[in-house]
Ligand binder design. Sequence first.
Ligand code: BGC
Length: 881
Amino acid sequence: MSEIVKAQAPYDLQVEHYHGDVLGIRTATPRISWKYDGHVADGDEVELEITLHMPGREGKTESIMTEPVNNVLFNWPLDPLVSREQVEVKARLVDGDSKGAWSKPLKFDEGILEYWELLAGFVGPTWPEEKTDHRHLPLIRHEFSLKDKPVYARLYLSALGLVEGHVNGKEMSKDILTPGWTCYDDRLECWTYDLTDDLNAGENAFGFYLGDGWYRGRIGFKGGKANIYGDKIGVFAQLEVTYSDGSSEQIFSNSHDDTWKSAKGPITQSDLCEGERYDSHLEKDGFDQPGYDDSDWYPVAQIPFDQRKMEFPILPPVRATMVNKPLSIKKIREYDGKADWQIDFAQNCTQRINLHITNAKDGDVIELQHAEVLESDGTLSTRPLRRGQQIDQYVSNGSEAYFEARFATHGFRYAEIRGWRGDLTADDMECKVYFSDMKQTGTFESSNKNVNRLDDNALWSMRSNFVSLPTDCPQRDERLGWTGDISLFSPTAAYFYDVEGFLSSWMQDVAHEQKRLGTVPFYVPFIPYAEWTEPQGIAIWGDSSVRVPWAIYMASGDKQMLAKQYSAAKAWIDEVKGYLSEDGVWDRKPPYSLGQLGDWLDPNAPADDPVKAMTEKNLVATAFYANSCDMFVKMGHELGNDAEADEYSKLAAHVHLGFKKRFFNDKGIMTSDTQCAYALAIAFGLVDDDPETKEFAGHRLALLVRRAHGKIGTGFAGTPYILPALTETGHMNEAYELFLSEECPSWMYQVKMGGTTTWERWDSMEPDGSVNPGVMTSFNHYSLGSVADWIHATVGGLKPTAPAWHQFEVAPRPGGGLTSAKASHETPFGTAKVEWTYEAGKLSVSVDVPYGATAQVDIPGYDKVELRDGHYESSFDYQEV
Ligand code: BGC
């Protein structure tokens, strides 16, 4: 049964990969996308009405006609835009003389495109500061007068360090961690705020809190390092206003006109991981308002920074869009009229408590500490946090106040609030969840609540670690852009959220570091620590240069992004080519102590030595390299570089052959007879040209799973591929047995043990509830959550098979006692959705295909069917596995 509804109006207009209206974009020829809410009749056209104007001036409107199929990343049809130009776009369907309804308009502003127009300076404190940690943080203020209330006002804001901006007594935005972490030696983001409603005729004031952040704060493990990028922090603020008479004015942060001032503020120390100390006695009440007496404030110093490195962001800001409520609040200690309380927020993630303090006495110190889990004795488990103890302190002056850390973030589910007077209730706090505010695109739900929780755990680990850049973990003193973790997780991430802007932004840093260091480093931005001081090309982590852009491209279909990443991907492929033995196997040991990381955190490796995985490292490295070569060849074809792609397909074939010859014996047994080895060989298509070996490999893998009684034996490398490999070779029983096993190690073990995020180790928590004693124990690493990609594709039944989901596969494989599931993804064309129920041998499936895409329905025992846009429902005879 099918249902086709006629499209009424285009919706979800989008410029580049920003969602909704946006200020300060960086490209002069932005692409526009839109979607249809139904079927577009043959012969219809699309009219785009584009209105352009400069601030405070009359606009001009242009009308552009185009074919409906051009709705994904339609090239800018007019002259290139100039700095500050304001644009409004709407779209409608046109059928001859009959015109459809207009879409909701999309509005955006250009940023400043020429660096010489960024005229402000970075200004910071002038007093002698501590050399490294725990510096008393500065406030910066500036008062200015406007001849009238402006009709247009933009603030271009950035910082060396972190900044929170206030105007006339109020926060400018809800963004935190501005400007975010990038390779500051190469690029620094400049954010745009609309202050039109906040400014007044006459006197106005800016107030800025500055933080150390990644710029000069202590970052990383093994003691970390401070002052990575410099030891002076400062704010960059450029205000541009236009009045109703068309005249305009600019105001710049600077150190020469003596109108920008600095003073020590209430934050007496702050560290991203360790936490923050705030002394309310040191508050400068009203410093962000006009009329404040700053006669005892210091002048500011200007910190030199090359404006050519400043750019307007392509990723969304970090802000809170969700709140977690306490599940329980209990008093754990009482003393001197005060008490310590422990709160369970039910969900582990990156969040901060906003505490309403009403009953503190002058001099009271209220301390908040945060942890992911509890020790067996009920205390916060703080050992795994290492240096990053996540402690905030508020020193009260006896007045009512709201306190939330500004320049630290915390990864936690549990918190203790110490030194509180009276009762502590849920009304005293709000726990705000922070991540880069991307648009969620993927959903999944099934009849099995543990499966749903597992999928949700991967989603929460993604949120927790997509904070300005993709990190390994959000809690301990590490929080680095480890390339291997996202190399494996990027397809899953691209299902859950629109990650195009976020990941492309970080890929710029990857390409920069790759060029600077001659290889793709272990993490980006790269900072030398201990044994990681000399970056060496290693598989998976280095493969991120190919794998991440490919995953983004499959989700978005953005060829411009792919073209930008192409040379970095090629550099990686060429680099590793030089490490291969003659037979095409990557067996060179990188010259640093750990060598390849291989199937990192294989559960059968010694707990204190996660590199000692059971699967040969050369096998893992060669398999991933073969897969990267295949992706690179596809990239070449997508970009029309066919000759080069053909050239590299010979390299790919050579590596495939080398892999087979070196790692399979003539009976089809692999040299590493492990789950990981067969999973990679099958999932990467390394035995596709030899059906017998492939079938054997499938049987062997299934046998290994049965022998392990459903326990998983893979680490980082094998985990995303073991269920796809079992599925592809038809071993659905073993796939579900492994997937649903609750024994340690397994995915469901984490769920059974109450995990609300994906753990770093299969056994981050031991079966007796104790925390794994290893120094590397996190409860919030997304890598093992890459299984969610299989959940969406195989349990849900939804998987892209062409870039931008132009084509996708609907191939649910119900099993494991599940009776229903639904999965949906908001593709660039619109919503792709599958829902199925299974009862007594009957599988009922409904599918939604957006206009512009096609779906291939693949149900065992039935011919494959291709569906164009519409809503479809069918039933099949199906034997559950
Ligand atoms: C990180 C990882 C990372 C790994 C590399 C760990 O400390 O947390 O997730 O990929 O090191 O060895």
